[in-house]
Design a protein around this ligand. Structure first.
Ligand SMILES: *[C@@H]1O[C@H](CO)[C@@H](O)[C@H](O)[C@H]1NC(C)=O
Ligand SMILES: *[C@@H]1O[C@H](CO)[C@@H](O)[C@H](O)[C@H]1NC(C)=O
Ligand SMILES: *[C@@H]1O[C@H](CO)[C@@H](O)[C@H](O)[C@H]1NC(C)=O
Ligand SMILES: *[C@@H]1O[C@H](CO)[C@@H](O)[C@H](O)[C@H]1NC(C)=O
Ligand SMILES: *[C@@H]1O[C@H](CO)[C@@H](O)[C@H](O)[C@H]1NC(C)=O
Ligand SMILES: *[C@@H]1O[C@H](CO)[C@@H](O)[C@H](O)[C@H]1NC(C)=O
Ligand SMILES: *[C@@H]1O[C@H](CO)[C@@H](O)[C@H](O)[C@H]1NC(C)=O
Ligand SMILES: *[C@@H]1O[C@H](CO)[C@@H](O)[C@H](O)[C@H]1NC(C)=O
Ligand SMILES: *[C@@H]1O[C@H](CO)[C@@H](O)[C@H](O)[C@H]1NC(C)=O
Ligand SMILES: *[C@@H]1O[C@H](CO)[C@@H](O)[C@H](O)[C@H]1NC(C)=O
Ligand SMILES: *[C@@H]1O[C@H](CO)[C@@H](O)[C@H](O)[C@H]1NC(C)=O
Ligand SMILES: *[C@@H]1O[C@H](CO)[C@@H](O)[C@H](O)[C@H]1NC(C)=O
Ligand SMILES: [Cu+2]
Length: 595
């Protein structure tokens, strides 16, 4: 009887699964000029169109994005579904040299996964410096039963706009000896819904769910709607208890759904303003407009005025939000500490480093290292993934607290692939590094999200559970910083990676580009402990270098390797974790067997 019921329910799942197929030819689109400068530029679009239509699916749907690279000049591409766990489908995550090889010109990579989350996400290229040039769009998963009632919804993206292609700026202005301090080029403008002056027509009296998504590469925005309160109900795909806010803050990659009750009175229109956080800029250009405006449009006979000047923006502190459902992950018995800062290296350019090491892609994609070195314990050793990947190996179902100390004076929004994490504590600006000598009081139901801000010279403590075997990156989502090496690699339960299905094209596309698909980070398949030839970063600044611009030169990449990948054990809960592991490991395997 029970067996029949299970069979029946499996059948139901099978019958109701809808396949949503998207055929995406990635192409350049020319003469795009959203800010009406008179000088259009190319951007990366889909099927000859930009902006790219948002992807909207329902919970449980099979999402199939057949992405064909039709870019010219030998450019590659890739697609990451930001916030999607890719549980059992780790090869679909998107970062080149981590879970796949970049898609070579003319090839098609089929991103194929089940939408088993709800809420507001986005997709973007994860190939070097590429998404700021246009290859990104919102991705919405409607829950079967939404926990909150609303009548209508709006998707409002926020982004930055550069008149010059990002990858060009990256090489000519950013990562060069001419910019040893790593000043980031300031965007020429900010956009809402990929345009300026958008008017969102609303129906009076109705309740709207507005999904704000920062799909930008650099700017953080504080968003306010004139004379309308917002009720926060979701951040980064996690529903929260309702929280009333006059404004919200979104760093690159963050999302927030708010409920807004429209007025009955239609006598005027109201500005939606996204205020840039100008503290991110080294230099503010003359006559710069940091305020991006769109409107709730009630009445086209009334004016569209910009918002009256506001003083201090009192945005809602996201660490005070509480998830609607508690996580029940239990306590952590593992502590990991990641310290990051920026350094000028021997080539005179600025690099970011975690525990002293700037991230550099391994020769073999990380997941294929895990998959192919599953013997004699090799894939359990961080060094197998390379001396420059900041690899950290996590045991299946471990609960881990991660302290991230920011030694830099800028704000950095850190994003973890494959997971949401709990934000146990976020230090105030300039609080310094995490203080082990004081008692820390973590909330019992801390906010969960996939991207968290770390304030200048301060820290966060986050908690995660390693319930998703695969290889996942944890990185700053400011594209300038990620491409400077502000990345760590979480290698999660590598012994289970060989059980993850990988379609043939995953390997073929590597081989076509002569990228090895087995061995350690150096591609060595014979002597796994020999890392000779594995990619590295430039060394430290040569002695005697005297650029007045350089303040922080003292860095020893090699010495810092000692700190890499070490997990400090504390507490006595290891046994409990192992006990949980056995039962749930079976679950993970079983689901795979069920397809
Ligand atoms: C947006 O509105 C401002 C203020 O009215 C105007 O100066 C600007 O030209 C408009 N831009 C576009 C692209 O519509
Ligand atoms: C993608 O490009 C191929 C080859 O040019 C073409 O046959 C196909 O129709 C295109 N698909 C879409 C959705 O535009
Ligand atoms: C593309 O790469 C191939 C192989 O490396 C090379 O032969 C060809 O000249 C390149 N084409 C362009 C336009 O760069
Ligand atoms: C997508 O994955 C599902 C589940 O593994 C499979 O049944 C389906 O054939 C795949 N679709 C494509 C187009 O690869
Ligand atoms: C998503 O929503 C479905 C119902 O629509 C619910 O069963 C499921 O638990 C939700 N999943 C998450 C991860 O919130
Ligand atoms: C938002 O952008 C989409 C895509 O360009 C467009 O179809 C839609 O009309 C825009 N909405 C508003 C209110 O500007
Ligand atoms: C608009 O009118 C409806 C029906 O009279 C009322 O329930 C609602 O509270 C009003 N909304 C506002 C924002 O005043
Ligand atoms: C006002 O005009 C804009 C542009 O034509 C249109 O998109 C919008 O729906 C109109 N607003 C209302 C309330 O009708
Ligand atoms: C942007 O908004 C702020 C806060 O309201 C205001 O002080 C400032 O003058 C505005 N800047 C411009 C260029 O409009
Ligand atoms: C993973 O390893 C298995 C053998 O253990 C192999 O069949 C498969 O092709 C590998 N997958 C990839 C993507 O390299
Ligand atoms: C935690 O709570 C204790 C007792 O109330 C207090 O003494 C301590 O300062 C708090 N710690 C922090 C970091 O706020
Ligand atoms: C992945 O799936 C397993 C069941 O196979 C489940 O126990 C685990 O919680 C899932 N992980 C995530 C991140 O959803
Ligand atoms: Cu950063």
């Amino acid at each position: 009887m029970l067996a029949q019921l299970i069979a029946l329910s499996l059948l139901n799942v099978f019958v109701s699964a809808v396949e949503r197929v998207y055929e995406w030819n990635v192409t350049d689109v020319y003469d795009v000029d959203p800010t009406q400068t008179g000088n259009g530029r190319w951007v990366m679009g889909v099927n000859g169109k930009w902006p790219i239509d948002p992807i909207v699916v329902d919970y449980g749907d099979q999402v199939v994005i057949k992405m064909t690279n039709q870019l010219t000049d030998n450019r590659t591409c890739s697609l990451h579904s930001h916030g999607i766990f890719q549980n059992h489908t780790a090869y679909m995550d998107g970062p080149p040299q981590i879970t796949q090889c970049s898609i070579p010109p003319g090839d098609t990579f089929i991103y194929n996964f089940t939408a088993l989350q709800n809420g507001t996400y986005w997709v973007h290229s994860h190939d070097m410096s590429q998404y700021p040039d246009g290859l990104r769009t919102p991705f919405i998963i409607n829950a079967k039963e939404e926990p909150y009632d609303y009548d209508e919804e709006l998707i409002i993206s926020l982004t930055d706009w550069y008149n010059t292609p990002f990858h060009e700026l990256f090489h000519t202005e950013f990562k060069t000896f001419k910019n040893p301090t790593g000043a980031e080029p300031v965007p020429d403008a900010g956009l809402m819904n990929d345009t300026l002056n958008a008017t969102f027509a609303v129906t009076p009296g109705k309740t709207y769910r507005i999904r704000f998504i920062n799909i930008g590469a650099f700017n953080a925005y504080t968003v306010a709607i004139e004379d309308h309160d917002m009720t926060i109900i979701e951040v980064d795909g996690e529903y929260t208890k309702p929280a009333t806010a006059s404004s919200i803050r979104l760093s690159a990659a963050q999302r927030c759904s708010v409920l807004v009750q429209m007025k009955n009175d239609t006598s005027r229109n109201y500005a939606i303003t996204a205020y840039m956080d100008e503290s991110l800029f080294d230099v503010i250009p003359d006559n710069y407009n940091p305020n991006v405006t769109a409107w709730l449009s009630y009445n086209n006979d009334s004016a569209y005025d910009v918002a009256a000047p506001v003083g201090e923006l009192d945005w809602y502190d996201d660490t005070l939000l509480e998830p609607l459902w508690e996580s029940n992950w239990g306590d952590s018995s593992n502590l990991l500490q990641l310290d990051f800062d920026f350094y000028t290296l021997a080539d005179g350019a600025n690099y970011a480093a975690i525990n002293g090491t700037p991230f550099v892609d391994p020769k073999v994609p990380g997941i294929m290292i895990a998959n192919s070195t599953n013997f004699d314990g090799y894939n359990l050793k961080p060094i197998t993934y390379g001396p420059y990947t900041n690899a950290i190996v996590l045991e299946h179902l471990q609960v881990i607290d991660i302290i991230v100390n920011n030694y830099d004076t800028g704000i950095h929004p850190f994003h973890m692939h494959g997971h949401v994490f709990e934000v146990l504590e976020r230090g105030e600006e300039d609080a310094g590094v995490y203080d082990f000598s004081v008692q820390h009081n973590y909330s019992t139901n801390p906010v969960r999200r996939d991207t968290v801000d770390i304030w200048p010279t301060s820290y966060v403590v986050i908690r995660m559970i390693a319930n998703n075997p695969g290889v996942w990156v944890f990185h700053c989502h400011i594209e300038w910083h990620m491409d400077s090496g502000l990345v760590a690699t979480l290698v999660e339960a590598p012994e289970l990676v060989p059980q993850i299905a990988s379609p043939d094209y995953v390997r073929q596309q590597c081989l076509e580009q002569k990228i090895p698909i087995a061995g350690n980070a150096a591609g060595n398949t014979v002597n796994i402990s020999d890392l000779t030839g594995s990619p590295s970063a430039p060394g430290e600044m040569p002695a005697g270098w005297t650029s007045k611009a350089i303040a922080t030169v003292a860095m020893c990449v090699l010495a810092a390797l000692i700190g890499m990948g070490s997990i400090i054990w504390y507490g006595m809960q290891v046994e409990r974790i192992n006990a949980v592991e056995e039962t749930e490991k079976d679950d993970w395997n079983k689901m795979l067997a069920d397809g």
